[in-house]
Design a protein. Structure first.
Length: 831
């Protein structure tokens, strides 16, 4: 893309139209970009043209800050954080960049003067869905906080051509279609064709002795691809720091394979390029990995090797010796997806830089830190040895060597405990043999952390217990957080204004300042304004729901919301059992005095997860029956929002009255939606799971609706021969609900459709829905009672926001900086 070079406003006050922040500069820049980048003028410009003209206008101002940031970092040569993550869910960029740069108002006015509505351009943006859920969104919150805290940081990942699938609901069922997010181009990214690296795969290794008599290894790959950098600037709030999200796109090593081409094999040459590109083609749409997928291992190796080679390139420019790599960079592994980095860094140091093993291992073990995000056994990544051998033969050799040295140490420490060595080994020897990526990550990292207190505790007691006994000093907790810029200021401007007016500015980057709200919790006038803010967001959501689903919902009803990936452990079906319970109560007594509720669901199921898909069907089936039932008379409404995303979340979180965080205790590592809801004044109904425990501690037990078994009780119940039948037989309401589902009532008489779900609940119920049912229903009854008392409810809502400060990702990132990364802020002045 070429842009003309007229950077000074003609006849103006000297403000550049590339960098000026005034309404006038922005207006001129917009028209300039519309004309010279899009080749359009106002009268014929499409929405896409206008959106892009504005995006380029904002991007110019980002690049200005970016250049200053790079200059600053070049001079200061600071220690730098590298975040390695296979997933990012940054959400749409326009609104946030305007907000972070502080030019929302002049931009709105500039566009208004041209007859353009800023909100329509913001709404037009399609977000990059380069992640599955919480893990990818956490990475995006961390980028926001790193830049805001002025920490030198780069986030590395994969630029999937197709992100998470688009979810349609047809006849109540999830239907997946591809997410062609790049179809209209992406104005936020900058391609860097000159920053690219070789990626080898397959083949074999050759061991030899060089002229100096030193042992050397050469990896002779079967194929070589290239990874090319595509950069997105990430601006902090109210600072000049622009960090980098650098995503890798796979290409053929040479655009066309000239050998094949010269042989006359034109199609073969083109095909090879097409095949290379498949590496970064599509995100695996699974919250827990499907084991043994070749392309997935390739993707992991692909982005890890490009990222490490990129760090080494930067490191060379500092003039520091490679033995000090770990002083320049600290690399965080976002779960085990990038854990191959431990072997890859060893390979680069041994085979390319010819360090001896001990020095290479010292550097490696001081470079990496590992975050674990799940206790679910099915989510712990393992790779079959033959697959690993065929794709990464050199890495497997290195892993064997790491493992053998490690196991020697273990045997020395525990000479009479051979089982322990087996349990700790990187190789799972039960046939077929596997590489355990979590073990590689633990052994190769200097720090290991969980994402909430309870989760970190359970890690030490269960899945990583042997590692904890070996190296207790490595283990830490870093409770997750979310960014208040996107999830409060941007998505809830009414709340933002009320907070500014009440507390002044500053809370956005120091969320503990929200404590100042406590003083207003009982003030009737303040309470009234608080309710108005909520009411306004509920009306706005009602408009979206109408647009997306054609369902009319009532803003005076209680909005009871559960948005997150669909998974049995998250128990969307427990929520359904409550809805059907209320439905039965109304059917038994249509005159029942009941608090009107709107139940809102959203979330995707992994395409191959049959039970989760069945839960989506049941939600929609219940919606169909309940919404049109005359006896219900609109007192209950059920909505399933299709294609939940960051963008949709921004409508949903601010509008919620109740946030459902009802996972089986011990299963949800942290949760982050729980924080977004609470920040927007929703009250939580939840179990003692993940970060719920800490949220409840902070907002106060009296401002949180707690129910259910705790993690200990869950393990005991399961260990002592849990019998869901007993609960079914002992509780008439529960029995009625299950019987109604089993009867085919929600399936037009088809008794077979939901049979697998009913059978699973009655026979196994591994997530203990029936054990928690009675307590959940009683707790929901308390929710209704509380909602009838607006003063009490509003007070609880205000106190939730007042005491949620800890859950800002700024706090989380400050802890990572202090306890793990040992990095300092490096403020940036604008050139
Ligand atoms: C998620 C966890 O399930 C969730 O509890 C947590 O809040 C989030 O990560 C961020 O830490 N994939 N997604 C997760 O874990 C894995 C693995």
């Amino acid at each position: 893309m070429t842009k003309h070079n007229n950077t000074t406003k003609p006849g103006g006050n000297g403000e550049s139209i590339r960098t000026g922040m005034s309404e006038e500069a922005i207006r001129l820049a917009f028209l300039d970009n519309l004309f010279y980048v899009q080749g359009r003028f106002l009268e014929v410009a499409s929405l896409d043209d206008k959106y892009k003209a504005l995006a380029y206008t904002v991007r110019d101002r980002l690049l200005h800050r970016w250049v200053s940031t790079i200059r600053t970092y070049q001079q200061a040569n600071p220690r730098t954080v590298c975040y390695l993550s296979a997933e990012y869910l940054p959400g749409p960029f326009m609104g946030l960049n305007l907000l972070n740069m502080g030019i929302e108002e002049p931009t709105r006015k500039a566009l208004q003067s041209l007859g353009i509505d800023l909100e329509s351009l913001i709404a037009y943006e399609q977000e990059p869905g380069l992640g599955n859920g919480g893990l990818g969104r956490l990475a995006a919150c961390f980028m926001d906080s790193l830049a805001t805290l002025q920490i030198p940081a780069t986030s590395y990942g994969i630029r999937y051509e197709f992100g998470i699938f688009q979810q349609d609901i047809r006849n109540g069922e999830q239907v997946e279609t591809t997410d062609n997010w790049l179809h209209y181009g992406n104005p936020w990214e900058v391609r860097r064709p000159q920053i690219s690296y070789d990626v080898k795969i397959g083949g074999h290794t050759e061991h030899y002795t060089n002229e100096q008599g030193l042992h050397r290894v050469r990896w002779v790959p079967h194929e070589t691809f290239r990874g090319v950098a595509i950069d997105t600037p990430i601006l902090g709030h109210d600072v000049n720091t622009v960090n980098l999200m650098r995503l890798w796109r796979a290409e053929a090593a040479e655009a066309l394979d000239f050998h094949a081409f010269n042989e006359g094999d034109y199609y073969g040459a083109v095909l090879r390029e097409v095949r290379s590109e498949t590496i970064s083609k599509v995100l695996y749409p699974n919250d827990a990995p499907e084991i043994g997928k070749r392309l997935r291992l390739l993707q992991q190796h692909f982005f890890v090797t490009c990222s490490l080679q990129d760090m080494m390139r930067v490191h060379r420019t500092t003039g520091m010796p490679i033995e000090r790599f770990h002083e320049k960079f600290t690399v965080q592994l976002n779960d085990t997806h990038p854990a191959i980095a431990v072997a890859e860094l060893m390979r680069l140091l041994l085979d390319n830089h010819h360090l001896d093993w001990d020095t290479a291992w010292h550097v490696t073990r001081h470079t990496f830190a590992y975050t674990n995000h799940t206790l679910l056994p099915e989510a712990l990544e393992k790779w079959p040895i033959p697959l690993f051998q065929s794709l990464l033969p050199r890495h497997l050799e290195i892993i064997y060597e790491i493992n053998s040295r490690f196991l020697d140490e273990v045997r020395q420490r525990y000479p009479f405990d051979p089982d322990r060595a087996q349990r700790l080994s990187i190789i799972d020897e039960t046939l077929p043999r596997h590489v355990r990526m979590a073990h590689l990550a633990c052994i190769g990292s200097f720090a290991i952390n969980g994402v909430a207190e309870l989760h970190s505790q359970l890690l030490k007691e269960t899945v990583l217990r042997d590692f904890y006994e070996l190296w207790p000093e490595k283990f830490q907790n870093k409770t997750n957080g979310v960014t208040p810029r996107r999830f409060m200021l941007l998505s809830n401007p009414g709340l933002g204004s009320l907070l500014n007016e009440t507390l002044g500015h500053g809370w956005e980057t120091d969320l503990e300042q929200l404590r100042g709200l406590e003083a207003h919790a009982d003030d009737p006038a303040f309470q009234e304004r608080w309710r108005q803010v909520k009411r306004q967001r509920k009306e706005a959501l009602a408009g979206e729901v109408h647009k997306l689903c054609g369902i009319d919902i009532t803003p005076t009803s209680l909005y009871d919301v559960q948005v997150k990936r669909i998974h049995e452990y998250k128990r969307q079906h427990l929520n359904l059992l409550h809805i059907i319970t209320l439905y039965n109560r109304i059917k038994r007594n249509p005159a029942l005095d009941i608090v009107p509720r709107t139940f809102i669901f959203g979330g995707k199921s992994a395409p191959g997860y049959a039970m989760a898909k069945l839960i989506i069907r049941l939600i929609n089936a219940v919606a169909e029956m309940v919404n049109r039932d005359r006896d219900v008379a609109g007192r209950l409404k059920v909505v399933f929002l299709p294609n939940f995303s960051v963008k949709l979340g921004q409508w949903v979180y601010p509008a919620a009255d109740i946030s459902q965080q009802i996972s089986t205790a011990g299963k949800e590592a942290s949760g982050t939606g729980n924080m977004k809801f609470s920040m927007n004044g929703a009250l939580t109904i939840g179990t003692l799971d993940g970060a719920n425990v800490e949220i409840r501690e902070d907002v106060g037990a009296e401002n949180f609706f707690l129910f259910g078994l705790d993690a200990d009780a869950v393990s005991h119940t399961l260990a002592n021969g849990y019998r869901p039948w007993d609960y079914y037989n002992a509780n008439q309401e529960l029995k009625d609900v299950i019987d109604l589902i089993a009867s085919g009532f929600f399936a037009h008489g088809d008794r077979s459709l939901f049979q697998p779900l009913v059978d699973h609940l009655l026979q196994h119920d591994s997530y203990l829905l029936l054990a928690d049912y009675a307590d959940y229903i009683a707790c929901q009854d308390q929710v209704s009672a509380a909602y009838r008392d607006p003063q009490r409810w509003t007070r609880m809502s205000i106190l939730n926001v007042a005491r949620i400060g800890k859950f800002s990702s700024d706090r989380t990132i400050a802890e990572y900086c202090r306890d793990i990364w040992k990095v300092q802020p490096v403020p940036v002045k604008l050139d």
